[in-house]
Design a protein. Structure first.
Length: 281
């Protein structure tokens, strides 16, 4: 393992065998199945495709942006490597029929937000980029019909909406790898109790307390459309907060994140930025 994949393992402090599951956690996906499962195979293809790109040539969000450009929802120039990654993602699902599309969408925990995006992309095909309230209502109606019907009762638009939603789903996974492989987190020594995960860092002679804690439930639109065996009925959102040891107890926080690992990683990156003077409390 080399390049981005190795850098991601170092950033998250996980062995290569656990990297795929860590990527799932950071992007809010259920843990991938073990063995030669189709979901794990598709995830592996995406990570290998993005992992082969040299460091420093892309920014987090580039693959999602390229996916939006390809879907006709965004009019912008994107770096050629990100367009190539988006094309690779499309090729992983383009030839799947309704039953396989449904199985992959369920296994990757496609959310309602992603399915709405997929419906909008399906309806925008061949038309100039524009925003229309009637199109948004039509997209919502297509999502409802797709979610309520069995795959063998899907029409072409239902299948295309799910296919496009998978583009978005997998592009998000690719961008998570971009972000992690380009990040420089400061490893912290974490302890866990009922209040969350706690750590501290000394910056400029001042002790900063770091807390990762639950932030309530994830928004309903961020929950899977189809029930996944390992998904919670109400997924938990997470947040981080950094508090300085100064008398005024200045603090800063951010969230929500889909998993404790994601919040922990973001907090460690924030500590790095704070120590480098790139941000302040």
């Amino acid at each position: 393992m080399a390049g981005r994949l190795s850098k991601a393992c170092t950033s998250l402090r996980v062995p290569p065998t656990d990297l795929l599951d860590a990527m799932c956690a950071l992007s809010g996906r259920p843990s991938s199945h073990s063995g030669p499962h189709p979901v794990r195979r598709v995830y592996g293809q995406v990570l290998q495709a993005v992992g082969s790109l040299p460091l420093g040539v892309l920014q987090p969000g580039d693959v999602s942006a390229a996916t939006e450009v390809r879907a006709g929802l965004l009019n912008a120039e994107v770096p050629p490597p990100s367009d190539a990654a988006a094309l690779c993602i499309q090729h992983t699902v383009d030839d799947l029929g309704p039953a396989d599309l449904w199985a992959l969408a369920r296994g990757t925990a496609v959310t309602r937000d992603e399915l709405v995006w997929g419906a909008a992309a399906t309806q925008a095909r061949g038309r100039p980029v524009r925003r229309d309230p009637l199109d948004e209502l039509a997209a919502q109606a297509l999502v409802d019909a797709t979610a309520e019907r069995a795959p063998h009762h899907w029409g072409r638009h239902h299948a295309d909406a799910v296919r496009a939603a998978l583009y978005r789903n997998l592009a998000d996974l690719a961008d998570v790898l971009l972000e992690v492989s380009e990040s420089t987190p400061t490893p912290l020594d974490w302890t866990v109790d009922d209040g969350g995960r706690h750590a501290s860092a000394v910056i400029g002679g001042v002790v900063h307390g770091v807390l990762v804690q639950r932030a309530g439930n994830a928004p309903s639109a961020a929950r899977p459309v189809w029930h996944h065996p390992s998904s919670l009925a109400a997924p938990t959102a997470w947040q981080w907060r950094i508090v300085s040891g100064a008398a005024d107890r200045a603090s800063h926080g951010r969230g929500p994140f889909p998993a404790a690992l994601a919040a922990r990683h973001a907090a460690e990156c924030a500590i790095t930025a704070l120590a480098a003077g790139r941000c302040s409390l």
